[in-house]
Design a protein around this ligand. Structure first.
Ligand code: FAD
Ligand code: DHB
Length: 389
């Protein structure tokens, strides 16, 4: 099979890339090792930066997003019951939109289907060859058969556990990571949100986050130990702990999703080699406090699509050559913000210890400083896409 851009992974990165290229008449093929049903129902992120919504608007895939998504103009950060609102509108004149990642993925797959972009599901990339030549190859298996995509470029959009990063020569990048000593227990519940904006709450028992998916579905998270297990958390125990840490009364409806996610910061400082380009989780992971993972993936893809479109339209490789440099500058900013929010809001040290008193001091500063609130607001809503040129 021959195409211009061979894309590995039908997550937000791969799907957005294919659609941006299609808009300019550039052909691509996506291979995805999971089934369509699996990727459309995988519960993950839920908060879209204004930039991300703009990219989807430009692709004309945002009709349902605007109908069903919930626009938020601020959020709350609480510390042992004291609450500080961060006003996005006041400091940035921008908003964020709550819309589940699985809904984003459904909309993008439907658009690919309608625009005749081939997605081969249950097709696993096994090897990426010849990336230093002008004719790279993706070797994959599908329905028990071995197949090859012959292409001009490879989009490595295959997530943290994918093949693309493993294909980069080890000496072509530096790797940075932190494994945090806590995880998030996340639930989805048929529960009417009793809060109008997201609440990030530090409590002496640990962090809690109140988010939502609609007027009838709540998305809530609790900080738990890394070795904890969902079996240790009955619905009753979860609701009680959430009410305690958030300091509000919740509508204790039916919990229909429950899972534990470890927290890590990870990145490499070079996202390209020859004609292989990495984007999204294949190149970086941020801890979810601040909701940046999906948004960062879309920002990478904006840069990659720009480079590929420029190449096919004018033959110039300038943007492609600068791809990694441009992305990594934003990744560092987002790594810092996600790490800052994680340390601000999670229980890490005994109350009364030096570390915990510094943490409390940061929160106290937030309650008296508009400058500090603005810093959080501008990072939270996201810097415009071409800021890190
Ligand atoms: P992915 O969505 O991971 O897509 C990669 C795709 O590649 C997958 O569909 C995978 O099946 C496919 N693939 C992998 N290997 C191969 C192969 N060899 N061949 C073919 N296909 C392959 N972010 C937030 O902002 N907030 C959150 O609350 C949040 N929660 C998360 C919870 C979990 C459990 C995880 C894992 C991530 C979470 N994230 C969250 C991060 C966010 O979901 C990701 O940043 C986002 O999915 C990145 O998109 P992507 O397309 O780069 O990668
Ligand atoms: C959600 C997840 C996040 O990590 C976050 O910071 C805010 C919201 C969510 O799933 O709704």
């Amino acid at each position: 099979m021959k195409t211009k851009v061979g894309i590995i992974g039908a997550g937000p990165s791969g799907l957005t890339l294919a659609l941006l290229l299609q808009q300019k008449g550039i052909q691509s093929v996506i291979i995805e090792n999971r089934s369509r049903e699996y990727v459309e129902n995988r519960v993950r992120a839920g908060l879209l930066e204004h930039n991300t919504v703009e990219v989807f608007d430009g692709l004309q895939v945002s009709e349902r997003l605007h109908k069903e998504g919930l626009v938020h103009h601020g959020c709350y950060i609480n510390y042992n019951g004291v609450s500080q609102r961060i006003d996005f509108e006041k400091y940035t004149q921008k908003q964020v939109t709550i819309y589940g990642q699985q809904e984003v993925v459904k909309d993008l797959i439907n658009a690919c289907e309608a625009r005749q972009i081939p997605i081969i599901f249950e097709a696993e990339a096994k090897e990426i060859r010849n990336v230093e030549s002008e004719n790279p190859e993706i070797h994959f298996t599908h329905l028990g058969e071995e197949k090859v995509i012959y292409c001009d470029f490879v989009g490595g959009c295959d997530g943290f556990h994918g093949l693309a990063r493993k294909t980069l020569p080890k000496n072509s990048y530096n790797e940075y990571k932190i494994e945090y000593p806590f995880s998030w227990l996340g639930i989805l519940a048929y529960s009417v949100p009793t809060y109008d904006e997201l609440i990030y709450a530090y409590h002496s028992n640990g962090f809690a986050l109140a988010s939502l998916r609609s007027e009838k579905v709540s998305r809530l998270y609790l900080q738990v130990d890394n070795n904890d297990n969902v079996e240790n958390w009955s619905d009753e125990k979860i609701w009680n702990e959430l009410e305690l840490r958030l300091g509000i009364t919740l509508d204790k409806g039916e919990v229909f999703e429950k899972s534990i996610t470890p927290m890590r910061s990870f990145m490499i400082d070079n996202m390209q080699f020859g004609r292989l380009f990495l984007a999204g989780d294949s190149a970086h992971i941020v801890p979810p406090t601040g909701a940046k993972g999906l948004n960062l993936a879309v920002a990478d893809i904006h840069n990659l699509a720009q480079g590929l479109i420029e190449f096919y339209e004018s033959g110039s490789q300038e943007n492609l050559e600068n791809y990694s440099k441009k992305c990594v500058a934003r990744v560092w900013r987002v790594q810092d913000f996600s790490n800052f929010m994680t340390y601000l809001c999670h229980k890490q040290a005994a109350e009364g210890s030096f570390e915990s008193l510094l943490q409390k001091s940061k929160f106290d500063y937030l309650t008296i400083s508009e400058a500090y609130q603005k810093t959080i607001a501008e990072n939270y809503v996201g810097f415009p896409l071409d800021t890190f040129a």
